[in-house]
Design a protein around this ligand. Structure first.
Ligand SMILES: [Zn+2]
Length: 174
């Protein structure tokens, strides 16, 4: 018994929920692709816009609900592959369109590149800066600032000491 409990504490907590999330993601993307191919072949659909509905959206919404309820962080790719508004599984060239946008004045600054993923079901856009380097973490920025201030204080003290010595030398000379 004791051995079993020790093994349990070592294993990943909420393992079954991770499995469920993975399953829901696979099912949602598979069904969304299938639905998309059906919509494409159906000539009666005059609207060229995708009309994702039903099960894929429900499964993706469930996936998000499970991760929120259990406080499980979704992986980057998984989180980015679901529309925030309508829960459509986003796949490039099928349910979403991907483009690079650059709104700098000349359009030449590579640091202003933004990856835009647009949901083809509801038109919502996800935007990710790709050119800019990521800002350092707050703790690291604070440490750097403190170090800079320390150096300044030491320099000030050095200058003051030097000035004092100068005045002392002048007094002795007098
Ligand atoms: Zn959407």
């Amino acid at each position: 018994m004791a051995k079993g409990s020790a093994n349990q504490t070592k294993s990943v907590p909420n393992k079954h929920l991770h499995a469920r999330i993975a399953y829901l993601h696979q099912a949602a993307t598979h069904l969304a692709l299938k639905q998309q191919s059906v919509t494409k072949t159906d000539s009666s659909v005059a609207d060229s816009r995708l009309q994702q509905h039903g099960l894929p959206l429900l499964l993706a919404a469930q996936l998000q609900a499970v991760s929120q309820k259990a406080q499980i962080r979704l992986s980057h790719d998984m989180k980015r592959s679901i529309c925030k508004v309508c829960s459509t599984p986003l796949m490039s060239d099928t349910t979403s369109k991907t483009r690079i946008e650059n709104k700098s004045r000349t359009g030449g600054k590579s640091c202003a590149d933004v990856l835009v993923i647009q949901c083809q079901n509801c038109g919502t856009e996800k935007r990710f800066p790709v050119g800019a380097s990521r800002q350092k973490k707050k703790a690291e920025r604070k440490a750097a600032l403190a170090e800079r201030q320390n150096i300044e204080v030491v320099e000030k003290q050095n200058i003051e000491v030097a000035e004092k010595q100068n005045t002392e030398v002048e007094i002795v000379n007098d």
